[in-house]
Design a protein around this ligand. Structure first.
Ligand code: SAH
Ligand code: SF4
Length: 378
């Protein structure tokens, strides 16, 4: 990770915010040949270098000019935590204006049919404007949107880490080491569809075959349910996965925990999902944070099954036992989770439960920043 004096980076162009055609234009404006952009892209996204001086296929004068005028995702790692089994790594990043965001790397060894994965959980905003009551980020309020470059840089940080030291699950000697990022999920801090243009730009940059070349099917956008943006996304001809944070089966309950529901109630949200499915032919995941004694009873599961019935096999529910935050919610026990899922199965709704990961490192989004700021203040 480049560590530059923060004040000197503000005036420079962050190359990680530019698509390949934009980089070509940027170079042509400086009297360079357009083909240099592809070379530069290779250094940024395949070789993953952070130092212009190392880009030896570029002429020395260009390298000097780049060093003077451009940056490669400048941020400072302020804190880093690894879970005991090292399958979850969480970092707190300081942006050029001092704002703090979190990113998480989750490593999954190959298991049966499924191949090994390295998933980066990316933040899209500093803070969040939507104030869900169970979410640590939501309780911080909104600071600002992240630029496309700040989104891309989070992924590259972990890509460099795995390139430098590949990972293999302890006790699984037969499995291949993981040395690159296979998936990204926009489930860190912030609401990605509230920062629509920068998020889409970042996804397109990461998708570029001349650069990072991560398949759109390996990217997941998670949204609190911004109906117009979901409709817009369906028109983008992108194969990204869509996850909807539903978390309650009725308007009365959803409006209590998710204020956004007062603007976009459940009927409008489900209608937008149906249209999304009709246009894209893709399954939609519904995230359901299980809050003990709030939304986790068999009655809630029946209501959820009825709600999703019209979507048929195109709906999948991901049950997520809540990570306790200061808000006082608790995850249900295993019996309640089993009963909830059994009711969904009765309704023919496919579902899974998110394995708890990294709970020893304050896993839920926003928690590391909260801990960091508390410790700074004491
Ligand atoms: N703003 C987007 C994406 C970021 S949140 C969204 O809300 O979908 C990513 C996921 O983490 C969401 O499903 C969110 O509801 C969930 N989440 C938030 N706080 C949580 C907590 N304390 N425990 C478990 N999941 C949480
Ligand atoms: Fe924002 Fe998502 Fe947290 Fe809700 S759950 S406050 S939308 S980050």
């Amino acid at each position: 990770m480049t560590i530059l004096p923060i004040s000197s980076t503000n005036q420079k162009t962050d190359l990680l915010a530019l698509s390949l055609p934009q980089l070509q234009q940027w170079l042509v404006e400086r009297g360079e040949a357009a083909f240099r952009a592809k070379q530069l892209y290779q250094w940024l996204y395949k070789r993953l270098v952070t130092d212009f001086a190392a880009m030896h296929t570029l002429p020395p004068t260009l390298r000097q000019q780049l060093a003077a005028e451009a940056t490669i995702g400048p941020m400072i790692v302020r804190s880093e935590q690894h879970s005991k089994d090292d399958r979850t790594r969480k970092i707190l990043l300081e942006l050029v204006d001092g704002k703090l965001i979190e990113s998480v790397l989750m490593l999954y060894p190959a298991l049966g049919e499924s191949s090994a994965r390295a998933t980066v959980c990316v933040s899209s905003q500093a803070g969040c404007a939507f104030g869900c009551t169970f979410c640590a980020t939501g309780q911080m309020g909104f600071a600002r949107h992240l630029s496309a470059g700040e989104i891309v840089a989070q992924v590259l940080h972990f890509a460099r880490e795995l390139q430098a030291a590949s990972w293999r699950a302890a006790g699984l000697p037969g499995s291949d080491p993981i040395d690159h990022i296979t998936n990204i999920v926009l489930m860190g801090m912030g609401e990605p569809l509230h920062n629509y243009d920068n998020v889409l730009q970042a996804l397109r940059i990461l998708n570029s075959p001349d650069g990072f070349n991560l398949g759109a099917r390996h990217m997941t956008v998670s949204t609190v349910g911004l109906v117009p943006a979901i409709r817009k996304l369906s028109q983008e001809h992108l194969q990204v996965n869509l996850a909807i944070s539903l978390h309650a089966p009725t308007d009365a309950l959803r409006s209590q925990t998710m204020p956004v529901n007062r603007k976009y109630p459940i009927s409008e949200l489900i209608a937008a999902c149906q249209d999304y499915i009709a246009v894209t032919g893709r399954q939609v995941t519904f995230e359901y944070v299980l809050l003990a004694d709030v939304n986790d009873t068999p009655t809630h599961a029946h209501q959820l099954g009825d709600l999703l019935a019209p979507l048929k096999q195109f709906a999948h529910v991901n049950c997520i036992p809540v990570n306790a935050t200061s808000a006082g919610y608790h995850p249900p026990g295993p019996d309640a989770i089993r009963a909830f899922r059994a009711v969904l199965r009765e309704h023919g709704v496919s579902n899974s439960v998110r394995a708890e990961r990294g709970d020893d490192i304050a896993a839920a989004c926003g928690q590391l920043r909260t801990h960091f700021e508390r410790s700074k203040n004491t």
